[in-house]
Design a protein around this ligand. Structure first.
Ligand code: 13P
Length: 280
């Protein structure tokens, strides 16, 4: 089975009455079947996103081959997406390996440079039917070793978002509207009014980063307000590590390691199942 780009996957999702797609960060290959189990049981398409750190760790081709194989055997329409990447050479590596979607993250750059680089990535991606996500504004928190301090959070403005989309034609835009990457110390405060205005001005699918720790109610409101891709990463990692700590602690050294990992993978399936349920 071919891997779907974001636009193709969104069409499948809409045909199955989903309003948005969850894009879930894979942290290790062991978790992969757990992702498919959740998507299959929810009759949902699946978007799997990979940080450049994980892609370097596992290998781009191994990821493509494994995801494609499971998509085929489980009969789940699947998109494999490279998450936050500021290095165009790595984006080309992902596309060459067979990723079907990429994110160019130039949010730390001046607007003109972000636009120019995003256009370059789109030119490359279009030749391979690969979708492109870009980001505007600075989302707080920490991810894959990179942190944005609270004082550096910069919300996306309606004017910037409109100009960016008009000048790039990007497939989806990540916006900074109040979520943060990683675990929250307090409650997320999504700026729903800002989101509604950006949606109206751009008419382009918007992406909510930092899906971990967002309340179900806020998530539903964000999806109703124009979010069509929701990123969730930390929550699966936390559940997996937590279960492994318990099972490894209790286990014996000659137990099959499989026994330690099954509860962790079941917890990951549960996280995805619950999140996917919010996007109907
Ligand atoms: P969380 O880890 O906060 O869920 O965010 C994931 C994310 O936005 C990946 O780009």
């Amino acid at each position: 089975m071919k891997l779907y780009n974001f636009n193709e996957l969104l069409s499948v999702a809409k045909a199955r009455d989903f309003k948005a797609i969850g894009s879930f960060n894979l942290h290790c290959l062991e978790m992969l079947p757990a992702f498919f189990k959740a998507a299959k049981s929810m009759h949902s398409p699946l978007m799997i996103q990979i940080s450049t750190g994980t892609a370097e760790y596992l290998g781009y081709r191994l990821l493509v081959d494994s995801v494609r194989s499971l998509a085929q055997s489980e009969d789940v329409p699947t998109c494999l997406h490279l998450d936050h990447c500021s290095d165009i050479a790595s984006i080309e590596t992902a596309i060459d390996a067979g990723f079907s979607s990429v994110m160019y993250d130039g949010s730390h750059l001046e607007m003109d440079e972000n636009i120019a680089n995003t256009r370059r990535v789109i030119d490359i991606a279009r030749q391979h039917n690969v979708s492109v996500e870009a980001e505007l504004g600075a989302i707080g928190g920490s991810e894959d070793g990179k942190a944005v301090a609270e004082e550096d959070i910069c919300f996306t403005t309606v004017e910037d978002a409109k100009r960016f989309v008009d000048e790039t034609g990007v497939d989806m835009l990540a916006v900074s509207v109040g979520t943060v990457h990683g675990l929250y110390t307090g409650k997320a405060h999504i700026q729903h009014q800002r989101l509604a205005e950006i949606t109206a001005a751009t008419g382009t699918p918007l992406v909510l980063h930092g899906g971990t720790g967002v309340s179900d109610e806020d998530m539903r409101l964000a999806v109703a307000g124009g979010i069509e891709k929701v990123n969730v990463g930390t929550e699966m990692n936390v559940q997996w590590v937590d279960r492994c700590k318990q099972t490894f602690e209790k286990g014996k050294v000659n137990d099959s390691v499989r026994k330690f990992l099954i509860p962790a993978n079941n917890a990951v399936t549960q996280v995805l199942t619950e999140k996917i349920g919010l996007f109907k």
